[in-house]
Design a protein around this ligand. Structure first.
Ligand code: OFO
Length: 170
């Protein structure tokens, strides 16, 4: 059994990870519509990773005898004003998720829930990587994305991304 508050926060985080997957699928759909299959591939894989994160939380809750309540997943906007906009929104979103993970970590520390803190260590590191990836992508877009050849090359680079299962196994 976990502390009730920690269990609730993790349950809520499951929903946020599923929303992240939904959000990134929305970006992927947008890029498909724009003919940018590399950008779409990048966010399709991103969405899959977010779903993995949700499933890790689910497994952790189950392994600790906790129930998981499935709540409705918020609807992403589906409307973007420029090719660059989802990239910037993704960074904002990752920073928000980092803050949420940090808050659960802090709450776990408060109730001496070292097990959950150890579980969350992986997510803390992962968020650092995801923020960096989002920042790098914005930087590359600023450098190359505003002219056709550069955008084509960047799209090709993103097309080469392959899915890798999470390094955390529970
Ligand atoms: Fe779930 O990894 Fe970022 O948001």
């Amino acid at each position: 059994m976990l502390n009730k508050k920690i269990s609730e926060l993790l349950d809520d985080q499951f929903n946020k990870e599923m929303y992240s997957a939904y959000l990134y699928l929305d970006y992927a759909n947008y890029y498909h519509e724009q003919g940018l299959d590399g950008f779409a591939n990048w966010y399709d894989i991103q969405a899959q990773e977010e779903r993995d994160h949700a499933m890790l939380i689910r497994t952790y809750l189950h392994n600790n005898g906790e129930k998981l309540a499935l709540e409705a997943i918020e609807k992403p906007s589906g409307v973007y004003r420029s090719i660059e906009e989802p990239l910037r929104l993704a960074l904002q979103h990752e920073r928000y998720i980092t803050d949420q993970i940090n808050q659960i970590y802090k709450a776990a520390d408060k109730v001496n829930d070292y097990r959950s803190m150890q579980f969350l260590d992986w997510f803390v590191k992962e968020q650092g990587e995801e923020e960096k990836n989002s920042e790098d992508l914005i930087r590359k877009f600023e450098l190359f994305g505003n002219e056709a050849k550069g955008l084509y090359a960047l799209n090709q680079e993103l097309l080469a991304r392959r899915y890798a299962a999470p390094s955390l196994v529970l």
